[in-house]
Design a protein around this ligand. Structure first.
Ligand code: NAD
Length: 344
């Protein structure tokens, strides 16, 4: 099946706008489009430029808060395609504690989609999340993988998940009422180099790699694991994620249709720790913090739909992706110790 990508649909000098580009996924997406030869990319984030995870050369970088209407209008001016990945988010530790911040991201999508539509953009991408799914279906670590229809009847993750669900609806209605082509991908945990690895917003793969590296460095051979470690997730490597975004955005069978973008390899957190120890060549004593945020008991991506429509699914094995990520975090850790600038 020949899936269409940006390269097949727009000209190299058409303007691509990417919101949240100072962060992990949108930073990687910016680099991806730049590497494909697109010459007009506008990258936007509210963080000051020195804090962006990746600053891609030859790209127009704007530091603006996209939750303000006037900034969204500036951001979308002249855009052919708009990718909105800006959101106030983090791992479980963040989204369970800061529900208001998560909910307020609804302002970003509200203004960005309207501005994109008024600017005459042809396509609009929204980064939704598996947290939009009904939490009642995620109470068992041996979870049934979530399929797209499982978002309704709605009982999303409080705060973050509900914001994603309502923003998805915006995308559906801008297509239904105004004919703007929108794309909605429900990401399942994304990980990889240039992701947050410290500071409280990091997700489990990066947090556990960092803890293994810290234990080795300090000689205190212990690791704390949030919860029993039996909770399960699937994790998608960043390269699969950006490729999936491109294909979903340019597939006319997926207009205004939420679709899972995640790996279907289910991994328990204890297994993740086994892998990280193996990669680090160390065995640590585990301490389970049963009071720490853990999220749902289990979550996996049912990839039946994406395989049917795109003939593709994210497929880099978790062990392989984790090894690449571990090595990158180890380098970051050493750079930080040496006083060099690092991501997060
Ligand atoms: P990230 O935190 O690394 O990047 C998000 C970026 O958005 C940050 O750099 C932040 O500064 C920016 N931002 C926040 N509010 C903004 C505003 N008002 N104006 C402009 N910029 C603003 O997160 P990420 O992991 O790259 O996630 C990108 C998108 O994918 C988010 O919408 C997130 O909800 C979604 N998502 C991510 C994952 C994952 O595992 N990383 C899973 C599901 C969904």
């Amino acid at each position: 099946m020949a899936n269409k990508k940006a390269i097949d649909c727009i000209k190299k000098d058409d303007l691509i706008v990417i919101g949240g580009a100072g962060g992990f996924i949108a930073g990687a997406l910016t680099r991806y489009f730049k590497d494909q030869g697109f010459t007009r990319i506008r990258a936007i984030d509210k963080k000051p430029l020195p804090e962006w995870y990746q600053v891609v050369e030859g790209v127009e970088n704007l530091c603006m808060d996209l939750s303000h209407e006037e900034n969204s209008i500036i951001a979308c001016r002249g855009a052919k395609e708009v990718y909105n990945l800006a959101a106030d988010m983090g791992g479980m530790g963040f989204i369970e504690k800061f529900r208001i911040e998560c909910l307020r991201s609804v302002l970003i999508n509200t203004h960005m989609i309207e501005a994109a539509n008024r600017a005459g953009a042809e396509r609009y991408f929204f980064s939704s999340s598996a947290c939009a799914y009904n939490v009642e279906l995620q109470k068992d670590p041996n979870v049934r993988a979530l399929k797209e229809s499982d978002a309704y009847p709605a009982m999303s993750e409080r705060g973050y998940g509900w914001e994603k669900l309502i923003s998805e609806m915006f995308c559906e209605e801008y297509w239904a009422e105004r004919g703007m082509k929108t794309a909605i991908a429900r990401f399942h945990n994304v990980y990889g180099p240039y992701g947050t690895w410290d500071g409280g917003r990091e997700k489990a793969p990066a947090a556990i790699c960092r803890k293994v590296i810290e234990a080795k460095d300090s000689g205190d051979l212990k690791i704390d694991i949030w919860g029993t470690g039996e909770q399960t997730r699937s994790f998608m490597y960043i390269d699969d994620c950006v490729l999936g975004i491109d294909m979903i955005m340019h597939c006319d069978d997926l207009i205004a249709t939420p679709i899972n973008l995640g790996s279907s390899e289910l991994v328990a957190i204890n297994k993740l720790a086994d892998y990280a120890e193996e990669i680090g060549g160390v065995k640590l004593e585990r301490e389970h913090d049963l009071d720490a945020p853990q999220g749902v008991a289990g979550r996996n991506s049912d990839n039946t739909f994406i395989k049917e429509v795109l003939g593709w699914e994210p497929d880099l094995s978790f062990r392989e992706g984790l090894e690449r990520t571990y090595k990158w975090i180890e380098q970051q850790y050493n750079d930080r110790k040496a006083g060099k600038r690092t991501v997060s």
